[in-house]
Design a protein around this ligand. Structure first.
Ligand code: NDP
Length: 287
């Protein structure tokens, strides 16, 4: 009689460059341990010129999926068999799953933001007016998901006018939202009637922990929900200013955990233990 033993792990991970400081492994491995799944999450350095070979390797190793981070989120599209409609709109994929030999691309960044807004912020974005700082990858993912979730007005502000206008044109042409652009050239007031304010720039990210977006912070009011994408440190000067004016604040650590949890659900079919993942990251960030 033979014992049923398997030493084989199911493999997922992240391709990036540089990738050594990407903390996703911490929360995903904590989740697999908590769920009792024999899965491993690998942090893999992949140079831009090697992405095609790396995607072929993913198939060869029968990996269950992969996350993509800088600089691969757009370039990976050419290697996929199918891309989810929202990720197609964003033009970027951060999560791939291998299903029946097909590579399917998704984007969980905006979905993670949305889940944090709904579950932690207790806010249904439908019918709301949103102002967003930034027009990069995170801003793109967040605005597309907000538009698809029924936000009526989106005011995008960005330092580079060209990048900002491209995002606003995309939103107006491809989603039902009414988007407008404000060129960010100095401190400005948040207009009256804004319900949700989001910092989707990299201002405040470790080690620049004292940096904050150039805003008239007195224009933030107590009824607003103010969100930051910066996961480390989660308590940014931007959020501290907003909390000081009585606004409800949501940090980027929540978004990071939820986007990873959505990835786990896509890969394993199981609900991820978000509390355990949050704690694992907080410990890794010495919070
Ligand atoms: P990008 O490089 O694509 O975009 C960066 C954005 O920040 C651009 O809009 C850029 O403006 C703006 N920006 C940077 N520095 C300044 C500055 N000094 N003044 C004004 N604007 C500035 O990066 P991503 O969108 O991919 O990432 C942005 C942040 O989001 C990162 O900190 C990342 O860690 C975080 N993130 C968090 C996630 C989470 O789950 N919590 C998920 C994904 C990202 P311009 O166009 O003018 O250069």
């Amino acid at each position: 009689m033979t014992l049923e033993v398997s030493y084989k792990a199911e493999l997922v991970g992240v391709f990036g460059h540089p990738v050594a400081e990407n903390p996703t492994i911490v929360m995903q491995e904590a989740a697999f341990l908590e769920l009792g799944l024999p899965w491993r999450y690998l942090t893999i350095e992949v140079l831009p010129a090697d992405l095609g070979t790396a995607m072929a390797g993913l198939r060869a190793f029968n990996m269950r999926g992969i996350n993509l981070t800088i600089p691969h989120k757009v370039a990976v599209l050419q290697y996929l068999d199918d891309v989810a409609p929202d990720a197609q709109l964003m033009g970027a994929v951060n999560t791939v799953r291998l299903e029946g030999g097909r590579l399917i691309g998704e984007n969980t960044d905006g979905k993670g933001f949305l889940r944090s807004l709904i579950e932690d912020g207790k806010c249904d974005p439908a019918g709301k007016r949103v102002m967003l700082l930034g027009a990069g990858g995170a801003a793109r993912a967040i605005t597309v998901e907000l538009a698809l979730a029924g936000v009526t007005d989106l005011l995008v502000t960005n330092r580079s006018a060209e990048r900002g206008q491209i995002l606003v044109d995309l939103l107006n042409n491809k989603t039902p939202v009414k988007a407008t652009f404000h060129h960010w050239q100095g401190p400005f007031a948040v207009p009256e009637g804004i319900d949700i304010l989001v910092n989707a720039t990299s201002i405040g990210l470790y080690p620049e922990v004292n940096a904050r977006p150039d805003l008239d912070y007195d224009s933030i009011s107590a009824g607003m929900i103010v969100c930051d994408v910066i996961p480390n440190p989660p308590q940014t000067p931007f959020l501290r200013e907003a909390a000081g004016r009585g606004a409800t604040v949501l940090d980027g650590l929540g978004m990071l955990v939820y986007q990873g949890a959505i990835g786990i659900k896509m890969w394993t079919g199981q609900d991820a233990p978000v509390e355990v993942m949050h704690q694992a990251l907080a410990q890794a960030f010495n919070l």
